[in-house]
Design a protein. Structure first.
Length: 196
């Protein structure tokens, strides 16, 4: 039911195509809670899904998906997965549209076996590859970027305190100059320009 809470309830109007594909994959892979999730979404979203499912776009997606992925019966997986089945499941796991559905269809033992298999078969990663990836990430990283992550400023005021810059404009900022230009919305705490 996590799917229903986080992927479908935020939308009051039409569902985005990614959610329609998610529903299609859930139905095709016999996801156990598909009917419950389908009943939770709004009636106009149910009609939207049925229309999408019968569309050429959905048929093309299913053909592409079925040719791209090996055949696996998720309803009758053995307790101990052999190497061939593990490799097939890893292919599914790497796909953005199928990964979350597969995650719920697998037992914890299956997930542990996949993790162990992946960790044992990491010959393709060399120290040189690791260094190249780390260097590219370091180039992309900006120490003044406002992400709100742990160890980084949690709000605009902390960002100004730590770095002395406005996280929105990336220009030098002080408390006085910030409060001359903005007021804080009392309900949300989001800065609002004073000229509006």
């Amino acid at each position: 039911m996590i799917f229903a809470l986080y992927d479908f309830t935020p939308f009051k109007n039409e569902l985005p195509e990614t959610n329609l594909k998610l529903l299609l994959n859930m139905e095709d892979l016999n996801y156990p809670a598909f009917n419950e999730i389908f009943n939770i979404i709004h009636p106009h979203q149910q009609k939207q899904y049925i229309t999408f499912k019968e569309s050429d776009k959905a048929k093309d997606y299913k053909i592409e998906r079925n040719t791209k992925f090996p055949s696996v019966d998720f309803n009758s997986l053995p307790e101990i997965l052999d190497e061939v089945l593990l490799q097939k499941l890893i292919i599914y796991k790497k796909d953005r549209d199928l990964r979350r559905v597969i995650h719920d269809l697998l037992s914890q033992e299956h997930k542990d076996q996949i993790t162990k298999f992946e960790s044992e078969n990491r010959d393709d990663i060399t120290p040189n590859t690791t260094k190249i990836v780390a260097d590219s990430l370091e180039k992309k990283r900006n120490k003044r970027k406002f992400n709100g992550n742990m160890g980084e400023p949690a709000n605009v005021i902390e960002c100004i305190m730590m770095d002395g810059i406005n996280p929105f404009t990336r220009e030098p900022e002080t408390f006085e100059s910030f409060y001359e230009k903005y007021t804080l919305d009392p309900k949300t705490g989001i800065p609002v320009p004073k000229n509006t």
